[in-house]
Design a protein around this ligand. Structure first.
Ligand code: SF4
Length: 65
C-alpha cells in the first residue's frame, strides 16, 4: 500500500497561481471566485506531495515527516 502523509498549504506564502489545483485536482480544489486553493484532503500519497512540493513556486506545500 502506498504510504499516505498529512500535508497542508502555507496560505500566507501562496500567490494563488492555481498550479497545485491543476496538477492534483483530486487533492486540491479551487472554488470559483476564490484567490487561494482549497484542500480537498489532508492526506495524500508521498508521490503526490512530492510532485506538489516540486511544482509550487512559493514552497507552500508542507507535509508531516
Ligand atoms: S502552486 Fe503554490 S503558490 Fe500556486 S496556488 Fe498552489 S499553493 Fe499557491
Amino acid at each position: 500500500m502506498t504510504e499516505q502523509k498529512r500535508f497542508y498549504i502555507l496560505m500566507g506564502d501562496c500567490t494563488g497561481c492555481g498550479g497545485c489545483a491543476e496538477l492534483q485536482p483530486d487533492y486540491i480544489g479551487w472554488e470559483e471566485g476564490d484567490s487561494r486553493p482549497l484542500l480537498l484532503s489532508d492526506v495524500a500519497p508521498d508521490a503526490v506531495i512530492h510532485e506538489l512540493q516540486a511544482f509550487c513556486p512559493e514552497d507552500c506545500i508542507e507535509c508531516e515527516q
